[in-house]
Design a protein around this ligand. Sequence first.
Ligand code: ADP
Ligand code: MG
Length: 990
Amino acid sequence: MIGWVLKKILGTQNQREVRRMMPLVQQINQREEQLRPLSFEELRAKTNTFRERIAKGESVDSILPDAFAVVKNCCRRFTEEKRKIRVRGQEIAWEMIPFDVQLIGGMVLHSGRIAEMATGEGKTLVATLPTYLNALTGKGVHVVTVNDYLAARDSEWMGEVYRELGLTVGCLQHGQSQAERRAQYACDITYGTCSEFGFDYLRDNGMATTPEDQVQRGHFYSIIDEVDSILIDEARTPLIISGPVTVSTHQFDKYRSSIEGLVRKQNSLCTDWANQAKERVEAGDLQGAGRFLFKVKLGSPRNKLLLKFMEDPGTRRAIDDAELEMYQDTRRTELYKTKEEMYFTIDERNSEADLSEMGRKFLNPADPLFFLVPDLITTNHDIDSNPALSAEEKLKQKQAAQANYEEASQRIHNISQLLRAYCVFEKDVHYVVQENKVIIVDEYTGRLMPGRRWSDGLHQAVEAKEGVQIDRETQTLATITIQNYFRLYEKLAGMTGTAETEANEFKDIYRLGVVVIPTNRACVRKDADDLIFKTRREKLNALIEEIKKRNGAGQPMLVGTASVESSEIISRMLRRENIPHNVLNAKYHQQEAEIVARAGERGAVTIATNMAGRGTDIKLSPGVPELGGLHVVGTERHESRRIDRQLRGRCARQGDPGSSQFYISFEDDLMRNFGDSRRIAGLMTKLGMEDNEGLQHPWLNRSVETAQKRVEQRNYQIRKHTLQYDDVMNQQRTVIYSWRTEILTTEDPRKEVFETVDEKIGAEVEARAGADPVDLDGLVHWANTAMPLGLQKEELQDAGNKDSWKELLKRRVREAYELKVKFENPEAVKALERYVLLGAIDRLWQEHLYAMDGLRTSINLRAYGQKDPLIEYKREAYGMFEELMERIKGEVVLNLFRSASSLSAFEHFLAALPQRTGRGELPMQAHAQPTEGSLSMGGGQAGAVEEALAPMKRQGPKLGRNDPCPLDPSKKFKNCCGASGNKVCFKVAA
Ligand code: ADP
Ligand code: MG
């Protein structure tokens, strides 16, 4: 109450924020008036004046009033002359001059915050103000849109202002060549989607081998349109560039038919239980029925009979009771027993699948342990405490146990992913099969996401289930989360109609404040209370009736659905009623934008998933306001309140009339999984719910919102979790990428090469000198196998201490290298030196990414061992990274004398080496090089050149992860290199 009074007196913090900006608005408007008498030439000349002021050191902030005034004045001139602009093939007459609230929006964006402005408030135009202002610095402003169509539309439409004022505008589109992209980034302003920006960053930093291959020129300022959709919804899937993996570990084909059998068995078991539950219900034994149904829920959460019982408040409560009872601590053993009565259990909420003893027996009657993760800790303990074993035997046995453990984990992982594929992932809901490919459907937006793949083998498991070609497993070549990409910008800003509910997340993760900007005209939308039904069928029937009624009167309607599937169901029902309508699934951006733009016409019925047509304005046609404007119906509450607000916001723009209502049922996923069903069912009984008839009450809305908040919280935790793991990766990526950039841009790559080589020499000398006894032989052997130095042990002995050994080695390397360079094409030398470094970094970094993926998976298993997986992950990731750096140095040393710009150069060099070098130790099976100067690798060629260079870069045979280690054939190569011995391995492989 006191808070409310204070708010009344002082206004909310937000209102104060907005009020503080009012004087600046007046200033802009005054200056804009002064600009009116100028000629267009004189107006345009302002741009250069501003640039000069900035060049003289004036701050961008101080130019804001003048710059905003110039943009506003430019808009006024366009409006007065009714300027026609070609936007996506259509002529649009310019008729907008920024309102005061839009100027405020522009200031918020300039200050690096999020401007919440309702749909239809003209955010596209708002962005031009800070974009123009910041582009004056020449550092490049990036405007991020949700799809390619909007990037093109906005760059053409708003581009008119920038171009008129003497700035250049570019636009990224999928499929553009590298040269085209470079040209877009070279502009003062670049529009594009977040994937285009993000992938360019990855290609620039993870793959480009010359500065010319890089397309971006820094990360200065970015404005993200529909910022919630990008930073929150999209942020769940990181951007990944991948290539095929060399060794496959999947066995989905092998287990597919047994899993099919297993799922069949389980289903018939669960159907039996469901039938028994039915009998109990009929006999009036609800409690007994609840117990059976709970088991069905564990074993087959999408069982039809179960879903039916979940609709009924009475049986639903019985199930919840049974569940609650089972999860009490005292009942743990009983729960365990229950789980053992079925073949496996599925946790739909966490998407997890677990085999039971019965399931393991079914899959492998001869050896049920085959599908059990061995208890490594106990095994190791037993080995350690066995006095009969020598240290060496202990080590051997432990390694065998470790290998056994890894194989079993892999196997179980395969099975568990297949179970998820069969029992949780539904065709046409979670994915579609098109042209023999499994394509993910974004569950929230209904958008198809071609090219994206579920990670961790799930995608292959679904491919196995659908009997389509199982794509080769892919390996990550470069990856970044959207969060970390946008953190690269010096300044970040965003705009959307719905940010407020997620303000905490924006603050925590992106340090972005949210300012809610008042609408230009008061919003008169009427939001009705939710209508709640018992079943989906009843809900949809009522919905169709409502559509018929309003459509009969001519009122346009927008029907928002949560999935492609439900769009299609509603469309079928409308067809039966002969009601013409359009269905949008966010697949064809341009056509859908055109359809959505007409959704406000008399009698229009438009069904859309929530991303479809986003960014397109719905204008009402004449006569429609009198009918109440656009009516928006949500056919389901979304997991997130924000998405519901977004849907509602599509009507009643700019003071138009409009209304909205949500239809929900107990069968909706949100209610099934997260609804506080018992409370709601109680409420419904209390409020006297009749069959077939929807119930409406503010209490019910609140219960639904509670469920939504719970999911929002959980999803936030998931995103945060992903980010915490990615932060580790992000630090490493920053180190590697900035090293790469240094190499690409330095004028003196040789200096970089020798710094690296010297560090390696230092480490090798220290290791040998530190050994007891000092291992001079080892040092000589290393130096001579890694490089053509022809070093004699006596030379080292004569030199004296370890510091002088280092000096000696460094000098000899330089001498040998001078000799080598003599035979090289001078033009090619720098490229070659860059290659020596980049070749090593890229190959090993990618291997490292692969290993990090593996670490992620195995760490989760460790969660059972009562260790904090994140801490474990950080610790091991750090160790692996240190090792990576050492390995890179080692490989640079190896590359140094084994890369040449041509075979003849290489041969001449070998011939010129003094006899004592024992040239035989240099692998001479070198392939001819691509000719001089062509060592740079653009995009796709990288692989080919890599392959051509492979024999020179690598000593000895190429080893797969599963090949025996050349040092110790009892181990697999991947294992022995994992923790300790890899340096030795790579070397002795020669
Ligand atoms: P939002 O992205 O905020 O939903 P849009 O940028 O799509 O809104 O703009 C919605 C509509 O409002 C567009 O048709 C645009 O032409 C119009 N509009 C924007 N600003 C103004 C203005 N200052 N005066 C008149 N019309 C405007
Ligand atoms: Mg918009």
